[in-house]
Design a protein. Sequence first.
Length: 102
Amino acid sequence: MIFHILFNYNQSSYIMDEKIQKVLEEKIQESISKKNEIALLAKSLGTENENAFIRGIIIGRLYNSFYYQSRRILNRSPTDQEFSEFVKLLKEHENKLSSSFS
């Protein structure tokens, strides 16, 4: 499965449901707008690498939304191709997310 995801990572055509993609885009914006809460959580837990912890929280939120919305909207788990597109979406927004939390 991992090979399939990495091999198909740069495909430009999307098959991810538009509703799911829209929800994920909104979650990305929500994560940026809640950066103070997320940073406070990371600081309060005294993590050694605060930036990595913040990144983990954001990816976890998005990953959870991706799976939840796939089950809710499509009534099934996402396919490998859809997961590949999710990873691509994260990479597309990586700079925006990183700069918001630095």
